[in-house]
Ligand binder design. Sequence first.
Ligand SMILES: [Fe+2]
Length: 375
Amino acid sequence: MTASATLLNDARGVRVTWADGSSRDVSARWLFDHADDARDPVSGQRAHGALASAEEARRIETAAIERGALQVRFAPSGAQLRIDLSRLRTDLAASARAIEPWQAPDPIAAAPPVPFKDYLGDDGARLEVLSRVARWGVAFLDGAGREPGAVERAVEAFGFVRETNYGRTFDVRIEPRPGNLAYTDRPLDLHTDNPYRDPVPTVQLLHAIVADASGGETVFVDGFAHAEALRRAAPVAFETLARTPVRFSFADDTGARWSHQAPVLGLDAGGDVEVVRLNHRSLDLAHGEPGAVDAWYDAYLAYYRRLHDPAAAFGRRLAPGEMVIFDNRRIVHGRRAMARESSRWLQGCYADIDGLRATLARLERTRALEPAHAV
Ligand SMILES: [Fe+2]
């Protein structure tokens, strides 16, 4: 079978059939916008404006497959454009989410940490780390030494530091007059960081510089996987957490106050969870009708208990030189109690997930273009 193109829908679209028999119906306006020739050859950006398809591509005059490309002549403009057949197929493929939810920590526990120097110096190692963050939401490094500043070097390998009122980096250690419960020896409930910010920091890094603590394990749980489990087991509770905005607030000792209102489970347009906001320390719930407040608490605690199931968690006492990079919209994290006399210093840093994804895309593309190694 050879590839073919047939006009349909009063010539406002075309049915493209590939050599393997699979086919897709495609609109004329979409084709006009996605043709190879529609893009500026230097920048790769679309060169024409939004109205061009309405003015120049009302119909298709002719469509044919020639030399591996769909050739289309549009009316009334007479514009003749081409689109590579294999690229067309890729562009039309549904973009599946590349995440791998984990309800139990087996895949995380089975993946050895990547050496820090390899992550900085070797594209393959960096690709492995960034793709773990994309797939599982979390990746571990070791061998990062005991010098402060390693988290900034780790971020600069994929993007830019997200500076906040805590600075370019922040230090999680026991302080005499802590402005945040993170800086005490108390255990910390599972949480995402800073849901009182808009936008919330999307990537977080933590580097253990000192860790002679007994206890003080850092714990990670996949908030997305357990939100989906809640949706299957208790759909009303899931909807309550996804549809009810709640406020999170934080005030520092200068009187500055950060405050943002949003649901615990933020959904994307397709209904998938795209952000978890969970932080009981900064929850600033408004009181409404008591029945509605109780219903919200029931839903909140149903999710909270799932996350705190010991079987859900990956716990690791970060040794000096170990570092973790995680998606702060997906992974809830916490800390088990430390002995009071213990000494522990984690340095943290925030960054943006778009930079991480952009670097991951570049590394994946470079890998795809590499010639296969002979065996
Ligand atoms: Fe935290």
